[in-house]
Ligand binder design. Structure first.
Ligand SMILES: O=P(O)(O)OC[C@H]1O[C@H](O[C@H]2O[C@H](CO)[C@@H](O)[C@H](O)[C@H]2O)[C@H](O)[C@@H](O)[C@@H]1O
Ligand SMILES: O=c1ccn([C@@H]2O[C@H](COP(=O)(O)OP(=O)(O)O)[C@@H](O)[C@H]2O)c(=O)[nH]1
Length: 887
């Protein structure tokens, strides 16, 4: 029975959340319940942890209770044990028997997804999945009721994959750890699971993810890279800029609990009785839940072969198998029971006699003391799991064998094989001959070898206890949370929408600088190649309204070529910068080139050949070529293969066409871009400002800037463009080499003067979904383009610049030095740079999704006509826009 220390205010509060509470309830009357310890290693392991913390358990009490009287009485009894019940009621069957144990369990244990039974429309994959989500919400509700600030929430196992996400949505500050007690399968197996991405993304919202072994952890990381396209690093998983720590924590037991139990007179008595019962025979012990993963049929087949081949052992050995009933309502488990009974009957029929049976099979659980007695008298422990998270039974056997020093025969597919492999005889349970030989070896093993093997294992079991496991996990969770908290402090804040709109409507001349790909395009899933890019239909009316507003100038900055931008934006009164500003188009549709006269483009043909070569050899990759840049994109290809190919491609490029060329190479998440030196979005903005001033006879200075998009780091100079330190920063080596650009700018100096009047709060740089950005704000998505945001900033001095980015940032600085003091009147608050979908941006603000930018643009489009712009619904906005722009 579980016991707990008295609460102590100094101890860390811990909410342990697992499907199963450590005690299971049985109704003894309307108002009364009896509680007994729940079976399974998860409970055993956690009992060793609970006393260290001020622990409360949240979980299912092992019974369905529907009546209020019963629920209240049970909750009260459980409260004494520091247990809080989650009543799963009508969702239980489809959640636990269905989704958890019928679908997830086989997948996690490499057993394949069962065929969906289409005849049973009440229990489909979808209904079970829905029940699973509902059950996770029920757990959430109970946690919310009991959560106190500062609590650590430690979630356990595959039953609760949605809980980290639900909890973070409720309160992002809750420290959440999640531990998987089962194995994690190879990505090829996990891939077969419908909703695989949703499940992975949810669990990745936790702060720390733990696995028993390195193999399981690396399977998980690899699955995330292959299925989500996330990045696996030494820290864990980086997905959309969010880092989730992944680490290995092998569980243990409380060894002293077993050692002490073996010293109890009552246990001694049981041991004597057992020895008497099996006198003259060696005892092989199996203790498993009656589960497919435990390989009980394989164990019996191995034992049968041993008896076949070793006649002299037939009446000198007995296999005692405790098969603890489990998940009785899952059809696969019912079938397994008949199969195991059939095999035991066959073997006993073949090799038994009137006076003795080779297999003693018990379909029941046994009490703790009797279990210890069994462990202590056994000569051999036989564990033949086909796949097992850890297998604590093998640890418990070792803890009880100080006197006897019996032999552990252990499946190489149990997590325990990694920790107890040195002392155990490892077997492949599928290989019946190997199991048979291992039994023989174990039974015949000399005492010295048994001692040595036992010593190794006992040492491990003693030192790697459940307490150590829990301490390690919680301390890692603390560290992870503190680190991520520190990182979060550097993250730009969410975009203050109301402020953006109010300042917009109060300003006299606004500049909206927008990225194209991923910002104004249709949602990313529908876009495979740049040639297919289309303007997000939701934005057509909005853009028209903004472009036609005489007080607003809209600029679209893109890596795309002139033709694509012309095709898409031809009808708009808009400024366009193609190929990252190498070409500019004003509102009349006239393009001007910004390519320096002496620009060397000799590298282009050779680079195209390399890109073509890799495109041919990397299924689903493609490349885009414009006059001054080339991009090879593998976002639709197999991620790992794409990354390996990208590394090779770079070797080819550096060894060949670009070895002496004046180019920048930018490695995106799923792309490699090569372009002529000197084009960043920051530089482009400088040129655009010059052109705007040249072409428009401006009487009012620009007093509001909103800048948002997915920008590569190199392009983030746009965010800091207006910051005084940057404007006055010393010119570096690279800047000097761009002197032609600077001369050009100096010539424009007078022309640009007095054109900007930007108060600090009127500048909004917004990264989409990035935490480390130069933009002032962030929204979320997947494309990889940044440097534009810092163009308008001045406090941010560019951090260490890579070989590729140095030349660009400096060239944008030179533009800033020349332009901004004269053209911009941008008080800090009047510049809004917004990065999309990134967590490492220099933008001032961060927003979660492109849709946030789309909605904001809708609101800006009508901001002058309504003071309620920030409160109207999207459908209302659409209606108003439709009227205003007659679309
Ligand atoms: O709660 P049940 O459905 O009856 O199942 C019992 C537990 O089975 C699994 O246990 C695992 O945890 C052990 C400790 O980490 C590990 O040694 C073993 O290999 C696993 O099978 C399951 O993961 C638990 O959630 C269940 O409670
Ligand atoms: O009748 C029994 C026999 C065993 N166990 C316990 O069940 C756990 C099994 O854990 P293991 O990690 O081996 O496998 P799991 O059942 O969790 O998959 C061990 O702690 C055993 O002491 C139990 O509760 N009742």
């Amino acid at each position: 029975m579980v016991s707990y220390d008295e609460p102590c205010s100094k101890r860390q509060r811990l909410l342990v959340v697992a499907n199963r509470l450590p005690v299971s309830a049985k109704r003894t009357g309307e108002n009364s319940w009896s509680l007994e310890m729940s079976p399974g290693g998860l409970v055993s392991g956690l009992l060793g942890v609970a006393a260290e913390f001020e622990t409360k358990w949240v979980g299912w009490p092992g019974v369905d209770v529907y009546d209020v009287v019963g629920k209240n009485a049970l909750s009260k009894s459980l409260a004494d044990m520091k247990c809080i019940p989650v009543f799963l009621e009508e969702v239980f069957d489809q959640y636990y028997n269905g989704y958890c144990n019928g679908i997830l369990w086989p997948i996690l244990h490499h057993m394949g997804l069962p065929q969906e039974d289409h005849k049973d429309t009440n229990k489909t994959y979808q209904t079970q999945y829905d029940a699973y989500k509902k059950a996770n919400r029920k757990f959430l509700d109970v946690i919310i009721e009991n959560y106190e600030e500062g609590d650590i929430v430690w979630i356990h196992d595959y039953h609760l994959l949605f809980l980290p996400q639900y909890l973070k949505e409720y309160n992002n500050k809750i420290k959440i750890g999640w531990f998987l007690h089962s194995p994690f399968p190879s990505s090829e197996v996990f891939k077969t699971l419908p909703s695989r991405s949703e499940l992975l993304r949810s669990v990745l919202t936790a702060d720390l993810l733990g696995f028993h072994t390195y193999d399981f952890a690396s399977h998980f990381v690899r699955t995330c890279t292959r299925i989500l396209g996330a990045e696996g690093t030494h820290e864990g998983i980086v997905d959309h800029g969010k880092v989730t720590r992944v680490a290995v924590f092998p569980i243990g037991i409380d060894p002293n609990r077993f050692i002490k139990a073996c010293e109890l007179p009552e246990v001694g008595q049981q041991m004597t009785e057992l020895k008497k019962r099996f006198a003259g025979k060696k005892v092989i012990l199996g203790v498993d839940r009656l589960d497919m993963i435990k390989g009980i049929p394989q164990k019996f087949l191995g034992f049968e072969k041993f008896l076949e081949e070793n006649m002299d052992w037939r009446d000198k050995v007995v296999l005692v198998q405790i098969a603890v009933p489990t998940r009785n309502n899952v059809p696969e488990y019912q079938k397994l029971k008949s199969q195991v009974h059939g095999l035991a009957g066959r073997i006993n029929g073949r090799f038994g006699s009137v006076s003795s049976l080779p297999i003693h099979h018990l379909d029941c659980s046994v009490d703790f003391n009797f279990l210890c007695a069994l462990y202590a008298i056994a000569d051999v422990m036989l564990v033949t799991s086909l796949r097992d998270g850890m297998n604590l039974v093998s640890y418990e056997f070792i803890a009880c064998q100080e006197a006897k020093k019996g032999v552990l025969v252990l499946s190489e597919f149990a997590g325990a094989a990694q920790s107890l492999g040195a002392g155990a005889i490892l077997v492949n349970p599928w290989d019946v001959t190997e199991v048979s030989s291992a039994i023989k070896e174990a039974l015949n093993m000399p005492a010295e070898e048994r001692d040595e093997r036992h010593r190794l294992n006992f040492q491990y079991v003693k030192t790697h206890s459940a307490k150590k496991w829990g301490d390690d996990f919680i301390s890692e969770l603390h560290d992870t949370f503190t680190e991520s908290d520190m990182k979060i402090k550097k993250i730009p804040v969410g975009l203050p929408q109301q402020d953006v709109i109010q300042r917009y409507s109060k300003s006299n001349y606004r500049l909206l600088i927008l990225g194209f790909f991923g910002t104004l395009t249709e949602p990313m899933n529908n876009q495979n190649e740049e040639l297919d890019l289309k303007l997000n239909p939701e934005l057509k009316g909005t853009l028209k309204a903004l472009c036609n507003d005489p007080k607003t100038t809209v600029v679209v900055l893109s890596r795309s070529g002139k033709n694509i931008l012309d095709k898409i934006f031809g009808e708009y009164n808009i400024w366009l910068a193609a190929e990252n500003g190498m070409f500019l188009r004003d509102t009349t549709g006239e393009w001007v080139t910004n390519i320096p006269e002496n620009m060397n483009l000799d590298w282009v043909d050779g680079t195209k050949n390399v890109f073509k070569y890799f495109t041919d050899r990397t299924p689903r990759s493609f490349f885009e070529a414009s006059e001054t840049s080339l991009v090879w994109n593998y976002e639709n290809a197999d991620v790992e293969f794409g990354r390996a190919q990208a590394r090779d491609l770079l070797q080819y490029l550096w060894a060949g066409p670009i070895s002496n060329a004046s180019v920048d190479v930018v490695r995106g998440n799923h792309s490699v871009e090569v372009h002529a030196v000197g084009e960043t979005k920051g530089v482009a903005v400088g040129r655009i400002l010059e052109e705007i001033v040249r072409k428009k006879s401006m009487t009012t200075p620009v007093d509001y800037v909103f800048c948002s998009g997915y920008f590569l780091e190199k392009d983030e100079d746009i965010y800091t463009f207006f910051k005084p330190e940057v404007m006055s920063s010393k010119l570096s080596h690279e800047t000097r080499s761009k002197s032609s650009a600077s001369n050009h700018s100096i010539k424009k100096k007078n022309l640009l003067s007095n054109v900007l009047d930007l108060k600090k709060g009127n500048y909004f740089s917004v990264a989409i979904g990035q935490a480390h950005t130069k933009a002032r704000y962030v929204v979320d998505s997947s494309h990889d383009d940044e440097d534009i945001y810092t163009f308008f900033e001045s406090e941010i001095v560019p951090s260490k610049l890579s070989h590729e980015t140095r030349s660009k940032s400096s060239s944008s600085n030179i533009m800033k030095n020349q332009i901004s003091p004269n053209v911009l009147d941008l008080k800090k608050e009047n510049y809004f740079s917004v990065a999309i979908g990134q967590t490492r941006s220099k933008a001032r603000y961060v927003i979660d999704s492109t849709q946030d930018v789309v909605d904001l643009l809708h609101k800006l489009a009508i901001a002058d006509t309504t003071t309620m712009a920030n409160t109207v619904s999207n459908s209302e906005l659409h209606q108003r826009l439709a009227m205003e722009t007659r679309i």
